[in-house]
Ligand binder design. Structure first.
Ligand SMILES: [Cu+2]
Length: 174
């Protein structure tokens, strides 16, 4: 769905740019008075700039309104469950895959070979958390599941021919 939208939007903008180029090429034939054109397009430029600032501000405020994003907050004395994750071509070595709702979890993610991406998806395939899986380096990602279900681990970094089979699941129960 998103790919289709991105594809169509790209096509629309490419067409728009092509049309603008065409119009400019056609209109560049005859000579015209420079001053009125300059005045008109300086005005258009100001309008464009102001519109752009307003639109981008609105988009920025709208998309960032959830900040700071949900970070797990551990109550005092509550230690997260530490889970070791090792990525390798082409699979995941996860020390624990069954958890409880509300259990704070710390995934310590590394790789045995090349760079991979550790992504946790819910059942609707929304990305909940992610970090890089890098050789000789450990990245930490925290998550506390609010809902029971089967969560999917996908590799987010193209890592070789069988990258697409690099999946695993996590079970979260009440
Ligand atoms: Cu991978």
């Amino acid at each position: 769905m998103i790919q289709t939208v991105a594809w169509v939007v790209s096509l629309i903008f490419m067409t728009l740019i092509a049309v603008v180029f065409g119009v400019v090429a056609l209109k560049s034939q005859g000579r015209r008075d420079y001053e009125p054109i300059k005045k008109k397009w300086y005005k258009a430029r100001s309008f464009y700039a102001i519109t752009l600032v307003i639109v981008m501000l609105a988009v920025t405020i709208y998309t960032l309104r959830d900040l700071p994003y949900n970070q797990p907050v551990y109550s005092e004395g509550q230690e997260p469950t530490v889970v070791d994750v090792e990525a390798l071509q082409f699979g995941w070595d996860i020390s624990q895959t069954e958890f409880k709702v509300g259990e704070p979890i710390e995934f310590d993610v590394t790789s045995k070979d090349v760079n991979h991406g550790f992504g946790i998806y819910d059942e609707d395939m929304n990305l909940l958390a992610q970090t890089q899986a890098m050789p000789e380096y450990t990245n930490t990602v925290y998550i506390t599941f609010d809902e029971p279900g089967t969560y999917e681990i996908l590799c987010l970094e193209y890592c070789g021919l069988a990258h697409h089979i690099m999946t695993a699941t996590i079970e979260v129960t009440e």
